[in-house]
Write a protein that binds this ligand. Sequence first.
Ligand code: HEC
Length: 127
Amino acid sequence: MKQFFKIAFVIIAISSFTACYYDKKDQVYPQVVVAACDTTNVTYSVTVTGILNANCTSCHGASANSLGGGIVLNTYATVKPYITNGRLVNSILQNGNASPMPKNMAKMDVCSINKIIVWVNRGAINN
Ligand code: HEC
């Protein structure tokens, strides 16, 4: 009987440690904080598209463009999967978790990176 309580105690102890553990469904990226970077009205249609057009779609434009390795980032539908799998944010952060982008170039300015992260953290909606 004593042994039973011992085992029961161990099981309760273990489960109380593991009970609070769960996988985060959506990854939330820490923002890069800079002065004078207005992120209040970040949208896909204006802000994100503007940044991608200025820095990315020369290679990731039309699907026929081989410069982008077949990755097309000029529509919401084609961008979204790279948000969901974390590759786009990791690539622009150049943090080693995806191929660093823009390819063979320095990181984009911090404000542009921050705006994309803010848009992603707000749900990466097609706004
Ligand atoms: C000079 C051309 C060029 C530019 C500019 C460029 N890319 Fe790329 N990108 C590539 C090529 C080629 C690949 C596929 C090979 C690789 O992963 O390096 C790629 C791959 C990627 C990937 C997949 C990475 C992975 O690890 O799976 C993402 C996401 C991406 N690019 C996003 C971007 C974003 C966002 C920008 C703009 C900030 C950008 N790229 C600018 C050429 C470019």
